[in-house]
Design a protein around this ligand. Structure first.
Ligand code: ATP
Ligand code: MG
Length: 563
């Protein structure tokens, strides 16, 4: 873990449970957690909440936290996801105590299943999924026993062994826990604990197995085998807890981790389900899992988020049992706070408009000193070339300005940031009437001092045209144009993809950046003055192309627009 985390220790109901357990002398004073992703997609900001919670607890209680891949469904899993998950956890600033795969336990899980059969607590069932569903009952009606429920132990042992050796087709048989078909909790109505998957090629175990344990059965036993003390998961597993406990109680395991549920993170203007994120990637509605608009850790990293800002976010939103949707502004505020501290200031003209300074000699180059950070002299200065041809942003000039416009107008004056006051003397247009150039003059007596006898309100940024680094800059907006795409989708009976924001990516291809930005590296973070926080796009960089991404604007522009 990075030692730079200075945030105060969070408190929440889970930490209170742990405090109480420690005070009561439970678990010999040990605290052991785990983060158990299924490698069927990239991690997203919701996972970050779980990571910060689990690893954060281990850290603060001198405990341990394992990274465990919950890899019981080979059809949907892939080694690419395994690798990305490891990278993302480490990037967030955490190191696991042990790295495990649920598949490491396949032998043991098989033996436990045999034990359950011997205890008369599991049976092989030949019903197909349709028939099983019919007998399962509903929330209001009890289920009915399977005709295979009373097979003898010997018969079950024989059939389970034959399931394992590949004698039976997929779906023809399952192993079920024998609990209670009339339980009000449907999860306890003889849940399936093993299924046949003959063609699966597992990323860790290859073709060694043709039966695979189910999640609920695997999870509690994996926790137990690792000596986890507090098994923290999201609220949808609350109804599964009786099954978690039943498996461990029935097998009389030496330790019994405590499952504790908390509410999932939901974030406005995005989706968080792996199924939907996978679909966005597969249908190429985004540029892969690391698209800077995606709520994935990889996407946010590429966008320019820092690990510190994401940890700060997870601690700010807290951990509770009530579901809510977090506003995007909370996340943006975290990254702004962090980047305001660390980002180097630069000038970059995103929509260049040429300015010719008529009173500046053509061959003059003056190097002006400018601070890299206004509050941090220790970050040093850089030299910015000032010449007779500059670029300013088109938006900083208006021929017919609205009231209160503080920037450049015909005949008006403006201060060039880090340089002089300049007056617009003449506006040059093309045949269509578009402004193509401004002819201006600068006041050489105004470097770092106010002009004599007049007030100049506006300050704009600029770049020497001759020295400008011409690159693409990508501006991003929210991926969806409604706060809750899932809700909108059900309400309007449309696909959630109908609510994708068509303006979420705005590429600006001819930006003019100050020359110091030619040396930018992938890890640098910049504030382009007046425009926002930016970083180099790591994916494009790997392809040999320099593109800057806007991480976030300087202010909450959505709040301003009243959206
Ligand atoms: P799937 O959608 O495939 O079920 P999942 O989103 O639940 O996947 P897992 O890989 O099973 O993802 O999740 C790993 C861990 O992260 C789990 O403990 C899960 O509870 C937690 N987690 C997943 N999504 C969120 C979320 N939005 N907020 C908080 N924790 C989450
Ligand atoms: Mg899950």
């Amino acid at each position: 873990m990075n030692d730079e985390t200075t945030t105060p220790r969070p408190t929440n109901f889970i930490r209170q449970i742990i405090d109480a357990d420690l005070a009561a002398g439970k678990n010999q004073g040990r605290v052991a957690t785990r983060f158990p992703p299924e490698p069927n997609g990239y991690l997203h900001i919701g996972h970050a909440k779980s990571i910060v919670l689990n690893f954060g607890i281990a850290q603060d209680y001198n405990g341990s936290c394992n990274l465990r891949f919950d890899d019981t469904n080979p059809a949907k899993e892939d080694i690419e996801y395994v690798e990305s998950i490891k990278q993302d956890v480490q990037w967030l600033g955490y190191q696991w105590t042990n790295l495990y795969y649920a598949s490491d336990y396949f032998d043991k899980l098989y033996d436990f299943a045999v034990q359950l059969i011997k205890l008369g607590k599991a049976y092989v069932c030949d019903l197909n999924s349709e028939q099983m569903r019919e007998l399962r009952g509903t929330l209001t009606q009890p289920g009915k026993d399977s005709p295979y429920r009373n097979r003898t132990v010997a018969e079950n042992l024989g059939l389970f062994d034959r399931m394992r050796t590949g004698e039976f087709a997929d779906g023809s048989r399952v192993l079920r826990a024998k609990i209670d078909m009339t339980s009000p909790n449907i999860n306890l109505r003889d849940p399936t604990i093993y299924r046949i998957k003959k063609d699966a090629d597992h990323h860790q175990t290859g073709k060694s197995w043709c039966i695979y344990p189910m999640y609920d059965y695997t999870h509690c036993l994996s926790d137990m085998l690792e000596g986890i003390t507090h098994s923290i998961c999201t609220l949808e597993f609350e109804d599964h807890r009786p099954l978690y406990d039943w498996v461990l109680d029935t097998l009389k395991t030496p330790c019994h981790p405590q499952q504790i549920e908390f509410s999932r993170l939901n974030l406005e203007y995005t989706v968080m389900s792996k199924r939907k994120l996978t679909e966005l990637v597969q249908k190429q509605l985004v540029d892969g899992w690391s698209d800077p608009r995606m709520p994935t850790i990889a996407g946010m990293r590429r966008r320019g988020f820092t690990p510190e800002s994401l940890r700060d976010f997870c601690n700010r939103i807290g951990v509770t049992k009530s579901d809510n949707v977090v506003e995007m502004s909370v996340l943006e505020d975290c990254i702004r706070t962090d980047l305001n501290e660390r980002a180097i200031r630069r000038m970059a003209v995103l929509n260049p408009l040429k300015v010719t300074l008529t009173n500046c000699p053509v061959d003059k180059i003056e190097y002006l000193d400018a601070a890299n950070h206004p509050q941090k002299p220790e970050l040093g200065n850089r030299q910015i070339p000032f010449t007779n041809e500059l670029y300013i942003d088109r938006n900083d000039f208006m021929e017919q300005p609205p009231k209160g416009f503080k920037r450049l107008i015909p005949g008006g004056e403006v201060r060039l940031r880090n340089a002089y006051v300049m007056r617009c003397d003449e506006v040059i247009k093309d045949a269509q009437g578009n402004v193509t150039e401004l002819r201006c003059s600068y006041d050489a007596a105004t470097l770092g001092v106010n002009p004599e006898g007049r007030k100049v309100g506006g300050v704009i940024h600029w770049v020497s045209a001759r020295h400008a680094v011409r690159t693409e800059v990508r501006l991003y907006d929210r991926l969806f144009n409604v706060p809750n795409p899932d809700a909108a989708s059900s309400k309007e009976n449309k696909e959630y993809t109908a609510f994708l924001n068509p303006g979420s990516l705005q590429p600006l291809t001819a930006c003019a950046l100050e020359p110091a930005l030619a040396e930018a590296t992938a890890t640098d973070r910049f504030q382009f003055e007046r425009e926002g926080y930016f970083c180099l796009d790591e994916k494009m960089l790997a392809l040999g192309k320099r593109v800057f991404n806007r991480t976030v604007t300087l202010r909450d522009t959505w709040a301003k627009a009243g959206k």
